[in-house]
Design a protein around this ligand. Structure first.
Ligand SMILES: [Fe+2]
Ligand SMILES: [Fe+2]
Length: 264
């Protein structure tokens, strides 16, 4: 249905993943797999819709707290864009779900394959200055634009979803550009340092996401091993002690057979 992704991934634009050709092919193949199943595609789109809406709310808050009139206007426009992206993703995700055959097989959730836009990534907007916010936003929009360009490259078989991503990518490219331009205006000497600091914070958040996902997997492995290796030993011991128990009623010693005048 999706044809040969190898042929399509050659047509990528400049926002495609960086790295050697073999790595790009591998990433392209993973994206193709992640978007192949219609149910998983719908789940991804609905998840994107939530994140875009959340990012829009953060930007409204950023517009409220900034003292810079130009930034306030841009943040509000940006928030409207993110709200529109949320509507686009939700609409397409719901349309895909409605088109699924009854009882369609569930797809495996693989969020790490399709990260989408992360917006301000739970940053506390009130505690950040304009420059820190702009640096963080710029990197987030840049990575979203690259991811969306990659998804467009593997969505030829679903033109409606592809069109949604093309519309969103147009806005994300603007967001990526204006945040970098405004960062240079707001912090002309510290723009580079701000970007490195934001990169460090994004790296730390990515590490925390990976660590919590790994902890979930390890927890499942350990609990499964306990269930199959340790629990049978207790079940065996319980069976052996049950065999030693006498059948029927057992006479109670006279000293334990007094009147019920106290609890113990
Ligand atoms: Fe967006
Ligand atoms: Fe955006």
């Amino acid at each position: 249905m999706f044809g040969d992704w190898r042929a399509r991934q050659r047509k990528r634009n400049v926002l495609s993943s960086a790295g050697p050709p073999s790595m790009r092919s591998l990433i392209s193949g993973l994206h193709w797999l992640a978007w192949r199943d219609p149910k998983r595609r719908a789940q991804n789109l609905l998840r994107f819709a939530e994140v875009e809406a959340d990012g829009g709310r953060d930007l409204v808050r950023a517009a409220e707290v900034t003292r810079d009139a130009t930034l306030r206007k841009l943040f509000l426009k940006h928030a409207l864009d993110e709200a529109r992206h949320a509507d686009l993703f939700r609409g397409r995700g719901l349309a895909l779900i409605r088109a699924l055959p009854p009882g369609a097989a569930g797809g495996v959730q693989a969020d790490w394959l399709t990260p989408g836009e992360r917006g301000l990534d739970d940053l506390r907007v009130e505690q950040e200055g304009d420059a820190a916010l702009l640096a963080f936003l710029h990197l987030s929009e840049k990575s979203a634009a690259r991811d969306f360009a990659n998804y467009i490259a593997v969505l030829d078989a679903d033109p409606s979803t592809k069109t949604v991503f093309e519309k969103v990518l147009h806005d994300e490219t603007f967001h990526m550009t204006y945040t970098r331009r405004e960062l240079s205006r707001v912090a002309p000497r510290a723009a580079g340092w701000r970007l490195w600091a934001a990169r460090g914070r994004r790296f730390w958040k990515a590490y925390l996401r990976l660590a919590s996902a790994l902890a979930g997997v390890l927890g499942a492995v350990v609990l499964t091993a306990q269930y199959f290796l340790i629990l049978p030993l207790f079940a065996l011991a319980a069976k052996r002690s049950a065999r030693r128990e006498g059948v029927g009623w057992t006479a109670v010693a006279p000293e334990r057979n007094g009147g019920l005048e106290r609890q113990y």
